[in-house]
Write a protein that binds this ligand. Structure first.
Ligand SMILES: [Fe+2]
Length: 364
């Protein structure tokens, strides 16, 4: 294909100012060079403003109603529906192309919950539905047949495919304005390269984050990877990492041959997307590295001419914030040659809360 990249990796580091773009337009962006700022003038680096005002989120749903509904892609033609109920209810989704979902298909899944210090989550339901047709509106109902009916649209099976990409979403008044902005973009798939709720061990904030994103995340697939705010380890008190993230945001890692929810890949028509984990092992002898090597080896550029990678901690960053971190420097050292060898088209990152884009870079 004519647009397979033959140059070093273009790298896009982003945060609040969201980027929603048709993939076909990416090369135009890459023509804009900002890397000279690193070398010649650090004084123009972006000073990130203080965090926005926290949102106050509540709901008036009863204890058996689905909450925090979100969907994600599974394989070529399936969707995972995830929701939470405070009390146990059936892990069942009724769905179809008509709003009368009781006439549609019924699919069953499972439910789980987790504990974190004194917090116990609600029932986290996980149901995979499909096969589904591309570019089609489906209606669906979770749990009891008295529940509200939601709808989503599947991605098209032709170009253009439109992604919205937002890192470090959080739950402040800026989150609201960003999501309002995103909602007008008519995107097909939402990509989030880490730092979702900023719960930072306060587990009810994961529930409020789920409510904040539900209006969008129930309508189009949301594909996420982890950031530093998802780790949530408290030494000697809660030693496990990513407990809430893994329980609430199950991504299709099994389908891409990965052993961990912290790194995986998926395909939307013509695009192979790799979600890497900045906060799990990435060295040459790590499981993630071996998986990445294997996943890149399976990419068929005649089927998916676009190859896109997302991760949280940027490998290139001209800002004062987050300089010199191992997740940036050592991960770049370990994996950049792999991505370059596979002719990855573009890498998106988050973490810094500033938007910048680079010309193609390699070992810079
Ligand atoms: Fe971060």
């Amino acid at each position: 294909m004519a647009f397979i990249n033959r140059k070093p990796l273009p790298f896009i580091s982003l945060l609040y100012p969201f980027s929603a773009m048709a993939v076909k337009g990416l090369f135009l962006l890459l023509a804009i060079a900002l890397t000279f700022l690193v070398v010649f003038d650090f004084s123009t680096a972006y000073d990130r403003p203080p965090a926005g005002k926290p949102l106050s989120v509540s709901h008036d749903r009863d204890s058996t109603s689905p909450q925090q509904v979100h969907i994600s892609l599974v394989g070529e033609d399936k969707i995972r529906v995830t929701w939470i109920s405070e009390d146990p209810t059936p892990s069942t989704v009724r769905y179809g192309t008509s709003p009368q979902v009781t006439n549609g298909i019924s699919a069953n899944g499972n439910a789980s919950s987790y504990t974190y210090v004194t917090y116990k989550s609600g029932e986290i339901h996980d149901v995979v539905i499909g096969p589904l047709k591309p570019d089609t509106v489906y209606y669906y109902q979770c749990g009891l047949n008295s529940s509200p009916v939601f709808s989503f649209k599947t991605p098209p099976a032709q170009f253009p495919i439109k992604f919205a990409i937002v890192g470090d979403l959080g739950q402040t008044d800026w989150t609201n304005s960003t999501l309002q902005h995103v909602s007008k973009s008519n995107y097909n798939v939402f990509l989030l390269p880490g730092d979702l709720s900023y719960a930072d061990t306060e587990q009810p904030l994961w529930d409020s984050f789920g409510m904040v994103v539900e209006p969008l995340a129930s309508q189009s697939p949301w594909m996420v990877t982890q950031g530093n705010h998802e780790i949530e380890k408290i030494p000697a008190i809660h030693e496990d990492t990513f407990t809430a993230y893994n329980a609430r945001w199950h991504m299709p890692f099994e389908e891409s041959g990965s052993a961990s929810n912290l790194y995986y890949s998926f395909e939307v028509f013509g695009v192979h997307v790799i979600m890497l984990g900045s906060y799990t092992d990435f060295g040459a002898d790590s499981e993630q590295y071996k998986w990445l090597q294997s996943d890149l080896g399976k990419v068929d550029r005649t089927k998916t001419p676009w190859l896109v990678v997302l991760l949280h901690a940027p490998w290139y960053n001209s800002n004062y914030a987050h300089q010199g971190e191992s997740e940036s420097i050592d991960m770049k050292e370990a994996m950049e040659d792999l991505l370059y060898g596979a002719r990855v088209d573009v890498v998106f990152a988050g973490h810094v809360h500033a938007y910048e884009r680079f010309v193609s870079l390699l070992s810079f």
